[in-house]
Design a protein around this ligand. Structure first.
Ligand SMILES: NC(=O)c1ccc[n+]([C@@H]2O[C@H](COP(=O)([O-])OP(=O)(O)OC[C@H]3O[C@@H](n4cnc5c(N)ncnc54)[C@H](O)[C@@H]3O)[C@@H](O)[C@H]2O)c1
Length: 251
């Protein structure tokens, strides 16, 4: 119960991947969780399921992180119900693979706005409450794409993730005097059932080939790292990007 009495707000937490796994891992450690996602129906199902399973209070809210008003409404509703938000997990991210020569403005906007603008909107919205309570943990899910040159149409995605890392370093500097930490987790390929809708089969196989550790990375691997960063044991780590890659990216 490392997160007992903590309240965690997570974005994009009603899908099949890292967001929901992290919400469950935090609830298992005693945190009360606010499940937000652009997908309205699923947030209620996931919040209800976690509440029943772990016996903690939850809240399910529709929140598209690219919509400033929805982000502000979600944070307001969370504060109304719980009185405090101790943990923010900026998990929302999306990709529309395309070579730069073919990339449309819409592709650029949705990818940048989800990972980068969304991280800014959510972090800005929780900061006043965290500063007032003199405590907070912000974790943003980025990607090793933020470090690497990639040829499979990830230029906008890589730029968004690198931007979120840079944003986090500056946020960490501003937040530190208030005992607020801000870090990112950069996974490499983490499989879930929706991945084949985003990437072609040969790209998925290529991503596996580049991972030295002899198993597939799972959403739980990233969730475990997030729990550590937001726990008391992670207190002195801030401004960092922790890579969860099975060795496919080493710094
Ligand atoms: N899966 C991977 O291989 C991988 C690798 C590196 C980084 N990441 C990053 O990890 C994060 C989680 O990805 P995942 O693949 O584990 O899926 P996930 O299940 O955690 O997230 C998918 C969910 O995101 C929601 N979503 C999409 N756009 C949104 C928006 N604008 N606002 C709110 N919710 C939105 C969807 O409704 C869906 O429920 C993303 O930021 C992704 O870029 C994933």
């Amino acid at each position: 119960m490392r997160l007992k009495n903590r309240v965690a707000l997570l974005t994009a937490a009603a899908g099949a991947g890292i967001g929901q796994a992290t919400a469950r891992a935090m609830a298992k450690e005693g945190a009360q969780v606010i499940i937000t996602d652009a997908h309205e129906d699923r947030v209620l199902d996931v919040a209800g399921d976690i509440k029943d399973l772990y016996g903690i209070e939850t809240l399910g809210l529709k929140c598209d992180v690219t919509d400033r008003a929805e982000v502000e409404r979600a944070v307001h509703a969370a504060l109304e119900k719980f009185g405090h938000i101790d943990i923010l997990v900026n998990n929302a991210g999306t990709n529309r693979p395309s070579q730069v020569a073919d990339m449309t403005d819409d592709m650029w906007d949705i990818v940048i706005n989800t990972s980068l603008r969304g991280t800014f909107y959510c972090s800005r919205a929780v900061m006043p409450a965290m500063m007032k309570q003199n405590y907070g943990r912000i974790v943003t899910i980025t990607s090793v794409a933020g470090f690497m040159g990639l040829k499979a149409g990830h230029a906008h995605y890589a730029a968004a993730k690198a931007g979120a890392m840079a944003f986090t370093r500056c946020l960490a500097m501003e937040a530190a005097p208030y005992h607020i930490t801000a870090n990112t987790i950069a996974p490499s390929f983490i499989y879930n059932e929706f991945i084949p809708h985003i990437y072609p089969e040969d790209e998925i196989e290529r991503m596996y080939e580049n991972i030295p550790y002899p198993r597939k990375g799972t959403p739980q691997d990233v969730a475990n790292t997030a729990v550590f960063l937001v726990s008391e044991e992670g207190e002195y780590i801030t401004g960092q990007t922790i890579c969860v890659t099975g060795g496919s990216w080493m710094r």
